[in-house]
Write a protein that binds this ligand. Sequence first.
Ligand code: GRF
Length: 244
Amino acid sequence: MVANREISATEAQRDSECGMWNSELLARASLCASVPLWWTRIALMKNLGILLSGRGSNFEAIARNIAAGKIPHARIAIVISNRADAGGLETARKLGLKSRLIPSKGKERKEHDHEVVAALQEHKVDLVCLAGYMRLLSPWFVRQFPGKILNIHPSLLPAFPGLEAQQQAFAYGVKVSGCTVHFVDEELDHGPIIVQRAIPVLDTDTEHTLAGRILEQEHIAYTDAINVVLEGKYEIVGRRLVRQ
Ligand code: GRF
């Protein structure tokens, strides 16, 4: 409960740095003559760290949605790829975003994870978004950002975890498929589900057309999930994310 008194910029910032989303405090801070509006906007912003290994269309959709004001409380602080040939790295450069190549080839998982976490911390990342990141995170990595790592998977989990989920679903003959954005825990494609979007599998579909239509949904779902998490109006009950 916030007492009915004027608050200082320092107090609002401390609250924001605690990872809490107390927009009431920040909004009231902006009413104080001494706190400019731009400051409260910046204080409300959360830093996203994007991890990718490939073409980066999910990352690009997030970046474009931020630019369009559809993810009002986030900015991309850093884009990290473990592969030099990732198209997403080039996209980041074109969009004028900070990017970094941290190669994983030939490295122990522990060593690579430590390098990536150090880069995320250096850029003060609040929320890590895996966007086609083809690496399993070590339990240590997951513990560095508790409840703050998201992943997108191209199936309706728990169906078809792992690689080539769209092909798995198509070959299985499902009539409905889609995508899932979930929190990352220590198991593969497993943490609590934040958003799912479903589409019908058409008789005329091929693996390719199905994957393409799922991807369109992914680009919507990731933005929705980031907004849910950054708004913070939810609780995790067992495995369930319940909106408040
Ligand atoms: C997407 O299908 C995503 O669901 C999966 O990897 C793919 C990445 O695609 N985790 P892109 O690099 O974002 O285009």
